[in-house]
Design a protein around this ligand. Structure first.
Ligand SMILES: [Zn+2]
Length: 82
């Protein structure tokens, strides 16, 4: 089981996680790479701030729940959130 992480900002856990976006209405889950999002919104963005901008691709509901899953990729590639 992947470890669940509590996120406040994108840069938490050094960006080394998978962002999990769960629709609060239909429960549809999708996964996103924080690095991709950070390029658009910035690493210091609180996750709630852009959660309100996201839309469920299945039912169109706004404001999904965001959490993180600990990355299962092997470590070794040095990453910097900045
Ligand atoms: Zn939905």
């Amino acid at each position: 089981m992947p470890r669940s992480l509590v996120l406040k900002k994108l840069c938490d856990h050094f960006g080394d996680y998978t962002l999990v976006i769960v629709c609060s209405k239909c429960g549809y889950r999708r996964f996103s790479d924080p690095h991709t999002l950070a390029r658009t919104v910035g690493w210091d963005t609180p996750v709630e701030k852009f959660a309100s901008r996201l839309k469920c691709t299945r039912c169109g509901a706004n404001n999904p729940l965001l959490s993180g899953e600990a990355s299962t990729r092997p470590r070794g590639v040095p990453k910097s959130p900045h």
